[in-house]
Design a protein. Structure first.
Length: 277
């Protein structure tokens, strides 16, 4: 069985992610206590199952790492995905939907509930792949989830993410590279509305900057250290490339790196802020 265990903070998009897995052909179960996961795995015959486990069943969250290890020992493939978002994003989402936080009771404020939930989820990111949904639309999150679950699980999934620093560093980044020192195509009126995937912007960066040298240096660094993560049995690794707005320099460098590593790893490319003006 290919089991996807979905968890994360409330308001981070778990319902959207679970629906994306259902659309991808997974048998889905929402809000299943950790203690019942082995029983479900033992009784279901579907080849692909997705389970959401979170703070709605707080008394069993601490058992999740042990349960995951037990399911793996039984011969099943287990993929853990942990969704996260900034506190500001979570507060805004709960305010917009007017839904109560599952831990906002016994006199707890929303912010206090978020803090308590983060404490309950400590340790899960060590056994899974973390996705920062703070700046993602539901459509983007669905796409990222489907990209992640269709990769070859026998190989490391290597995600290259471009972003703009003005929108914050992605919470799920394992490595962050700042490329803001490269000349910015934004200040050329003919290039401003284009992106780092357009030929004119590519030509500018290759002609006017040392982007090629930078890409080679990052490539050598990653080639040196990624095998250590493979030996540590990491399922996924996220490399974030940031510029000011996330539309030009970071997009170009991200695409170049993804192309260079695609032969050896399952590469996922994400451009978080490319559509923002």
């Amino acid at each position: 069985m290919h089991l996807v265990l979905l968890s994360g903070v409330s308001g981070s998009g778990k319902s959207v992610a679970l629906k994306a897995l259902e659309d991808a052909g997974f048998f889905c179960v929402d809000n299943l206590p950790a203690a019942l996961i082995p029983q479900l795995v033992a009784t279901r015959t579907e080849p692909r199952v997705a389970i959401s486990a979170d703070a709605r069943s707080p008394e069993t969250l601490a058992e999740l790492p042990r349960v995951v290890a037990g399911v793996k020992d039984a011969g099943h493939q287990v993929q853990v995905i942990v969704l996260d978002a900034t506190d500001e994003s979570l507060v805004r989402r709960f305010s917009e939907t007017r839904r109560p936080h599952p831990l906002a009771k016994d006199g707890r404020t929303l912010k206090e509930a978020i803090v308590k939930e983060r404490l309950l989820l400590e340790g899960l990111t060590d056994i899974g792949n973390r996705i920062d949904t703070s700046a993602l639309t539901p459509a983007q999150l669905r796409g990222w989830i489907q990209d992640l679950v269709v990769t070859d699980r026998t190989r490391l999934a290597l995600a290259f993410v471009s972003f703009g620093f003005k929108g914050g560093v992605p919470l799920d980044a394992d490595f962050v590279f700042d490329v803001r020192f490269l000349a910015n195509p934004h200040y050329d009126p003919q290039l401003r509305l284009l992106t780092g995937a357009d030929p004119d912007v590519i030509a500018f960066l290759e002609r006017e900057t040392e982007a090629g040298l930078l890409i080679e240096e990052i490539q050598r660094f990653l080639q040196r250290w990624i095998p250590k993560f493979v030996l540590d049995q990491r399922a996924a690794l996220t490399v974030a490339i940031g510029c000011t707005g996330g539309r030009h320099r970071s997009v170009y460098v991200t695409n170049q790196l993804a192309e260079r590593f695609a032969q050896d790893y399952d590469v996922i490319v994400r451009h978080r802020d490319i559509s923002k003006a």
